[in-house]
Design a protein around this ligand. Structure first.
Ligand code: HEC
Ligand code: HEC
Ligand code: HEC
Ligand code: HEC
Ligand code: HEC
Length: 483
């Protein structure tokens, strides 16, 4: 009977304490794992710690259970030899007449148990692997550390793609690097030894050009593109102004069409690399351009010596990240953050001086987010009841002010993260030329080749300025056909 067989298995397991322990672990964990994985796959539990518990604690424990069981029953045999699963046992069973159907049942049972265990191991490893690749694990598990990266990601055009799609490249070599780096990071979090803020640029797991090119192909871009920026001035009526730029987005070159414009830098036909002497890659001393087999070296003119030809620092090959270093973790300036809230109407531009007043309070130094929230709310309420009591009394305006306060608070919490020492301007965006960085790291008159060639910094090379901070600009009215 199979009952005997099960008894034999139990005997077999109970020969050593280790395999008993393994057996207990397995019998407890099997139902728990099955149910939790089912819930996890269904997406019923949103808590990021749930996945951690199943896949990084219970899953490995389950596999440990199997290892204990196997070591216990095969290696540390007890006195009594059960003889189950040995050749002698099988031979005996097969040779005895009438035993054949019984052995078949036993074999079937053994195979089923083994298959079921393998299935569960496979399920735990597969879903567990996916868990460590999930946005919940990367973005929310080490909540405090990842909060700046995660909350900016959620507000970005890339919020629907997962962290690993950018941070882990395609090759298996990347995967190993990622897992090692991940383990190191977990350790740093556990021992509280991670840098605050996480320095820019990231040294490990920095996205590669090929990663972006899975979705975007600058070779296929062409032409110019209109960029319109909405701004509000810090005056009484929060005057709405617009900047319109025709961006020379250009192309990386494709099928006979030559590379041109901004994406000329990422063409196959030439390479640009540069030498920088600081970790932030802002202090560039030399730019090397390989073009049609020719090499042009641009050296930085120094205040004292005509051209610096020092070989100090590191050389980096230019790629997407030298301009798009903030494609998804976009930290805004206080001005931009408020303008965005005003365009979407969270902060109503009909409240007098709201831009000026909220800008003042969100750029003050606050000791913590909680204090900042209270200060923003109190300062604005007090200022308006003192200076615009009539406005606040009017119907509906109190609600407008409340919404504006909330908008100013969000502008703050979306960009300033006290626990990680991230404040306004901690992370620089290289896409434009704020504070002379970004494009102007190279596009400035200080670089010169031996033949006297300089790197262009004519405004029109990169964009045509159609309007700059203009209220009701002529160009935009023309475009909207509202002359
Ligand atoms: C569109 C691609 C993309 C996605 C998606 C993405 N990142 Fe990033 N991430 C980047 C780039 C680019 C950098 C900056 C690299 C640099 O400056 O060297 C970066 C930097 C970071 C940094 C360093 C801090 C900083 O802001 O520079 C952390 C931490 C980070 N990412 C975590 C995440 C997490 C967590 C997710 C998912 C919630 C995520 N990233 C999703 C592209 C991406
Ligand atoms: C898995 C696909 C995917 C990957 C990988 C990816 N992106 Fe994107 N990217 C998108 C999508 C989708 C959008 C949104 C398009 C839209 O809104 O028009 C986008 C938008 C953008 C935009 C336009 C943003 C804007 O404000 O309009 C830029 C720039 C960009 N990505 C750069 C990058 C860079 C740089 C990388 C590599 C670090 C990258 N992307 C990786 C899918 C991807
Ligand atoms: C020399 C700097 C530079 C490099 C290098 C660069 N870009 Fe761009 N890219 C820009 C600028 C500038 C814009 C337009 C302004 C903006 O997005 O704010 C842009 C726009 C884009 C857009 C949006 C285009 C659109 O039509 O909306 C995407 C997507 C993009 N780049 C992807 C990439 C990818 C992928 C790479 C790497 C293969 C790359 N870029 C390399 C500067 C660069
Ligand atoms: C690492 C240095 C470096 C950075 C950073 C850089 N460029 Fe360039 N760029 C060059 C070099 C070198 C040339 C070629 C010399 C020239 O045209 O004067 C060039 C040429 C160009 C051209 C002319 C391309 C053509 O059609 O011939 C445009 C447009 C341009 N850059 C835009 C930008 C923009 C926009 C940014 C910032 C988002 C930027 N560059 C950042 C090095 C750089
Ligand atoms: C090497 C390329 C390059 C050159 C040269 C250049 N710009 Fe720009 N500029 C950019 C890019 C890229 C942006 C877009 C940044 C963004 O997408 O926010 C920009 C944005 C701007 C903006 C809009 C800023 C804002 O956010 O309101 C103004 C204004 C501007 N540039 C003025 C100038 C003027 C004036 C010159 C000439 C002295 C000049 N730029 C030269 C690349 C360049």
């Amino acid at each position: 009977m199979s009952a005997n067989f099960i008894k034999a298995i139990i005997n077999w397991i109970s020969r050593s304490k280790l395999s008993v322990l393994g057996g207990i672990i397995l019998s407890v964990l099997t139902p728990v794992l099955l149910v939790s994985i089912f819930f996890d796959i269904q997406g019923n539990v949103q808590n990021p710690y749930f996945g951690f518990l199943i896949y990084l604690i219970l899953g490995p424990l389950f596999i440990l259970g199997i290892i204990f069981l196997l070591i216990g029953s095969f290696v540390s045999r007890g006195k009594e030899d059960i003889g189950l699963f040995t050749f002698e046992y099988l031979e005996e069973q097969f040779n005895r007449p009438g035993r054949y159907s019984r052995i078949r049942r036993h074999l079937l049972l053994t195979v089923s148990i083994t298959l079921f265990t393998l299935f569960l191991v496979g399920l735990v490893s597969y879903t567990g692997f996916h868990y460590t690749e999930s946005t919940a694990f990367c973005g929310q598990f080490c909540h405090q550390v990842m909060e700046p990266a995660y909350s900016t990601y959620k507000n970005s055009p890339h919020s629907q793609i997962s962290c690993v799609e950018c941070h882990i490249g395609k090759s298996s070599q990347w995967l190993v690097r990622a897992k090692f780096s991940g383990a190191k990071q977990l350790l740093a979090v556990m021992t509280d030894s991670y840098p605050r803020p996480i320095p820019q640029p990231v040294t490990t797991l920095r996205p590669e050009r090929e990663t972006c090119e899975q979705c975007h192909r600058p070779a296929m871009f062409h032409g110019d593109k209109l960029y319109i920026k909405n701004r509000f001035l810090p005056d009484e009526s929060n005057t709405h102004v617009q900047t319109a730029l025709l961006m020379r987005v250009g192309s990386g070159g494709y099928k006979g069409m030559k590379a041109h414009g901004i994406h000329w830098h990422v063409s196959e036909d030439h390479q640009i690399s540069y030498r920088h002497t600081d970790e932030k890659q802002e202090k560039i001393t030399q730019i090397l351009l390989h073009n049609d087999g020719k090499e042009i070296i641009f050296n930085k003119k120094d205040a004292n010596s005509p051209l610096s030809k020092s070989k100090q620092g590191q050389v980096r090959k230019m790629d997407c990240m030298d301009c798009h270093n903030r494609p998804t973790h976009v930290f805004k300036s206080p001005d931009q953050a408020l303008d965005e809230k005003m365009v979407t109407g969270v902060i109503s531009p009909s409240i007098p001086f709201i831009k000026k007043k909220s800008l003042e309070v969100i750029t003050q130094k606050h000791a913590s987010s909680e204090i900042a929230m209270l200060t923003i709310s109190r300062t604005l309420k007090e200022w308006y009841s003192e200076n615009y009591p009539d406005f606040i009394q009017q119907q509906g305006n109190k609600a407008l002010l409340d919404s504006a306060i909330q908008g100013a608070q969000e502008a703050y919490t979306e960009n300033v993260f006290h626990d990680m020492n991230v404040t306004w301007g901690t992370y620089k965006d290289f896409i434009g030329h704020q504070d002379g960085t970004g494009c102007f790291r190279c596009h400035n008159e200080d670089f010169e080749s031996d033949t006297g060639q300089i790197i262009t910094n004519e405004c029109d090379t990169c964009h045509i300025i159609l309007a700059e901070n203009e209220p009701a600009s002529h160009v935009l009215r023309l475009l909207k056909n509202t002359q």
